[in-house]
Design a protein around this ligand. Structure first.
Ligand code: DX5
Ligand code: ZN
Length: 226
């Protein structure tokens, strides 16, 4: 039974699982997505390296859907505003890496993007409770950040549930995002725990028909979100 309007569920495919030398064609395969999730890694905050603002600017110019930039980088206080300035609809930085997370979120909103904050699986979320209004999105990582294709960590679900309860209690409209190992086998439990925004890399780009995979995930999430 559908318990939630599919319009309030967001499915954001991660281009980490796409073919980097055919990016324009890959982006065209996911025009049914809500946002395209763009993983920026600096080889310092995480042990992997992707690309920086020059590439993101080209993706921005080419993508049929808005950009959801996930910064897995050191010193986001310095670098995150540049991604908002190039036109990304949403910019998410890591709480563990930010010196002044609230000030940085305010700066991102001033520039005109949505402001997101991400936490690794082992990072508590209680310090965010008094500042929910400062963020448009909170990303609960469901794998250790750095690589696509890892297994979903179900032990992150109590933290997500806690956050969802607190957001509800405070009347907050913050989006709750999950990222890592999300697919047909795991999306229901994340939706059940309170997520409304879902990143999926291999589950979308690894499918024969990515837009059909997006529709399938959206239906499952809507059926389990409440
Ligand atoms: C991992 C990245 C994810 C990754 C997800 O650090 O943040 O966005 O691309 O990939 P899947 O869905 O394959 O786990
Ligand atoms: Zn990501």
């Amino acid at each position: 039974m559908q318990r939630h309007d599919e319009d309030s569920i967001r499915i954001n495919p991660s281009i980490l699982a796409a073919d980097f030398v055919n990016m324009q064609a890959e982006l065209a395969r996911i025009d049914g997505a809500d946002f395209v999730h763009v993983d920026v890694m600096d080889n310092h905050f995480v042990p992997n390296l992707t690309f920086g603002p020059q590439m993101v600017e080209r993706i921005q110019a080419t993508s049929p859907v808005p950009l959801d930039v996930h910064l897995m980088i050191t010193d986001p206080d310095r670098w995150a505003p540049g991604y908002a300035e190039l036109g990304a609809a949403s910019v998410t930085f890591h709480l563990e890496a930010a010196a002044e997370p609230v000030a940085l979120a305010r700066r991102l909103r001033e520039i005109g993007s949505r402001a997101g904050v991400a936490v690794k699986p082992g990072t508590p979320v209680e310090s965010l409770f008094d500042h929910l209004g400062e963020f448009d999105q909170i990303l609960v990582m469901t794998v250790e950040p750095g690589f696509g294709g890892q297994s979903f960590m179900p032990d992150t679900m109590p933290k997500l549930r806690l956050l969802a309860d607190e957001a509800r209690r405070r009347g907050s409209s913050v989006w709750l995002q999950v990222d890592g190992g999300i697919g047909e086998a795991t999306i229901a439990q994340a939706a059940e725990a309170g997520a409304d925004t879902f990143v999926a890399g291999s589950a979308v780009f690894g499918a024969g028909d990515p837009d059909a995979a997006i529709r399938g995930l959206r239906g499952l999430a809507a059926a389990h979100h409440h």
